[in-house]
Design a protein around this ligand. Structure first.
Ligand code: FPP
Length: 241
């Protein structure tokens, strides 16, 4: 088993932060408590990830489907996002971390949209960790929004259909300019993608664990990276030819 410096560190890790609700329920607490603990854990993992030398981290914080949850839970999550986005300026300064939100933020209250814009502007010159937060994100929605803009540009004569290739298409996604993830981690037992980064995960290694997100700490992260290393050694590289 490889440890520490010998391990090959993935350049980009994407995480589906799952299991906050079940984790809280198992403790006899409301689901919102799980989200608060999940949010605190995200702060710690950001530091761990940066210390390990990972350059890009993308997390699924709120999907286009999550609006269907109870009003109480959605309101609680909005409150959490509000607080976190404010606090995140300090975190980004400390970690020299550039923050970008992916997803359609036009569905959020104006103050949340303003906080996102402010945070992205504030952190835009940091380059030690690139942190993407998926908010009101769904991969199909991202692709449709991208295609809509691409079609508009084609209609306006800015590009001709024959010029459209993978590179051009990618430049219309929310993740434009961000390298594809090398490792995707989903916590809490489910083994599906739930509309997360469908295009970007085409060649990514997947790691599923039963550990709920609030309990996913540095040892679990190292275990995921170890598994990624084992596969990388077996196949001689993460990318297919
Ligand atoms: C999935 O757990 C988690 C969410 C829908 C929300 C994720 C949010 C956070 C970790 C905290 C806030 C993050 C930011 C960026 C401020 P679940 O509720 O689906 O758990 P369950 O599957 O056990 O019900």
């Amino acid at each position: 088993m490889q440890r520490g410096a010998e391990m090959k560190i993935p350049n980009h890790i994407a995480i589906i932060l799952d299991g906050n609700g079940r984790w809280a329920k198992a403790k006899g607490m409301p689901r919102g408590y799980g989200h608060v603990k999940g949010c605190a854990n995200l702060e710690t993992i950001c530091e761990d990830i940066k210390d390990l030398g990972v350059k890009y981290l993308t997390v699924y914080a709120f999907s286009t489907e999550n609006w269907k949850r109870s009003k109480e839970e959605v309101d609680g999550l909005m409150k959490l996002f509000r607080n976190y986005l404010k606090k995140c300026k300090k975190i980004s300064e400390k970690n020299k971390m550039r923050v970008k939100v992916i997803g359609d933020i036009s569905a959020f209250d104006k103050d949340i949209q303003d906080s996102v814009t402010e945070l992205e502007e504030f952190s835009k010159d940091y380059d030690e960790l690139f942190f993407q937060i998926a908010l009101n994100y769904g991969s199909r929605d991202e692709i449709v929004r991208g295609v809509r803009r691409l079609a508009r540009d084609a209609a306006d004569g800015k590009l001709v259909p024959e010029e459209i290739n993978e590179k051009v298409f990618e430049s219309y996604l929310d993740t434009a300019g961000i390298p594809d993830p090398d490792l995707m981690i989903r916590t809490s037992g489910e083994q599906r993608l739930s509309n997360y980064l469908l295009w970007q995960l085409a060649y990514t290694e997947f790691y599923f664990t039963d550990v709920a997100w609030p309990d996913f700490h540095k040892p679990e992260l190292l275990q995921a990276i170890e598994k990624y290393n084992e596969r990388d050694r077996r196949y001689g590289g993460v990318k297919e030819a």
